[in-house]
Design a protein around this ligand. Sequence first.
Ligand SMILES: Nc1ncnc2c1ncn2[C@@H]1O[C@H](COP(=O)(O)OP(=O)(O)OP(=O)(O)O)[C@@H](O)[C@H]1O
Ligand SMILES: [Mg+2]
Length: 526
Amino acid sequence: MSNVPIIILKEGTEETREREARKQNITAMVAIAETIRSTLGPKGMSKMLVDSLGDVTITSDGAEILKNLDIENIAANMMVNVAKSIDEDIGDGTTSAVIFSAALLNNALELIEQDIHPKPIIHGYKLAADKALEIIKEIAEKISRDDNEVFKNAAKTAMNAKDIAPLKDFFSGLALKAVKHIAEEDGNTFAKVSNIKIVKAPGKSLKDTELINGVYTQKGKVNTMMPDLIKDAKIAVIRRKLDVKKTEFDAQIRISSPTDIQKFLNQEDKILQDYLKIFKDLGVKMIVNSSDISEKFGAYLAKEGIAGIKNVSESDYKSILKAVDAKLVDDLTSLSENDLGFAEKVQFEKLGDDEYTLFSGCKNPKSVSILLKGGLDKILSTAEVSLNDVLSVIAKLFDTKTVVAGGGAIYIELAKRTRAYANEISGKEQLAVNAFALAFEEIPKTLIRNAGLEEIELLTELRAAHRTPDDKWIGIDTITNTIGDNFKKGIVEPAELINHIIKSGSELTNLILRVDRIISAKGSMP
Ligand SMILES: Nc1ncnc2c1ncn2[C@@H]1O[C@H](COP(=O)(O)OP(=O)(O)OP(=O)(O)O)[C@@H](O)[C@H]1O
Ligand SMILES: [Mg+2]
């Protein structure tokens, strides 16, 4: 008997081999890119997403669109993961990452169809990716934390392709202020972006959006007699029902005399009074409860001049905890001075029909909220997604401090230099490096196409314009439809965004090219 293991596949298992397997995977991935290709850039189109309940969202945000696609194909899902990972690590660039990855895969497929083995393609792609990262390191512009204009320009570039573009001057200033508030010296600003709490509030227009020093939460006080403003507030953040516990079963209480009734009520009251005493003794002025506060207890608190909000969501109480520097307490009997947080002011406000609580002058000076105002709910939701992109881009730039020019400029320069590098390489790898260079041009090409401009003509013009190193930032501005130095025009992006696009694209192609078989279980989607 030979030592070769015999793998017996279950009946119904399908096996797809080699070339066909790669082709199947790549075709599915390219199809994903096609669904969002037309959204890229300032002249990109939007997509209308309709969920299973019939709710409609209109967006041009790649990550949003892909999140809402119901995809069963495994390879296609890997493409969606490329978008997810750049969304998590950079917060922008999802559409570009997907388009670039698809171009890399497509170009690889063409080489495979010319009978080139995947091994030299994988190797060539690896060489090209490493070279491209080196080129970016060499040519990217270094900035300092005080280059406010560059930060704002990066924010505006990220907004150019979004619905909030008409307000980009306003929002870039506001977003920069917000990020400066939470900025960290240690290069961890990006991780802290979630500390900027975006609160959607009714208002006339997005232009009324405000940056607030502190944390907002959409909750009103539980009893109208509670104070509207509390100064120097000691705050307890708890997760405990402030009510008398109901019995598990519907118990019947037999009461035979009026004194029994009184006894029973007194007992119930005693429990509430004990709770109240805990707060009073510690000098608590404000209670944030993720659980319920009964009407009766609310009235007791109000009488003592203590305010409270109830049923506060997890994300809200977490940001309050951080802002006021409190510890979450479940067991009231263990509540101590150490668990309490502090804010100079706790205010209750009414905005439109909704009630809000604002904690300001917090122990943690880094807590900040953006009160995003606008008329329609849909506009607010789309603006929130875009604003998150913008905050992430600025924060990433704070941590990495290097930018490149957008509008295709960086990609044309990368294509040019990667092609020059290909000439230094021999064999089949050279073809692969050239294929990688060609994939870079897919981004400017798509920007031009989406603007309804002449693709081949302008791409040729851009290539020709990149003659000397000084031409490195020449790109297209599809708002004014002009070719020029996009760095000077303020169309800039974090270099880290392009790095990520290159890395995720080449990792994905590597993975897919290594697959030479698809074995799918009976009934599964390929
Ligand atoms: N004025 C402009 N002219 C040409 N291109 C521009 C201009 N402003 C921005 N861009 C380019 O638009 C591209 C970004 O477009 P878009 O925001 O639609 O996609 P993305 O950032 O890749 O994905 P998403 O924002 O959906 O996560 C970048 O390549 C950027 O350089
Ligand atoms: Mg973008």
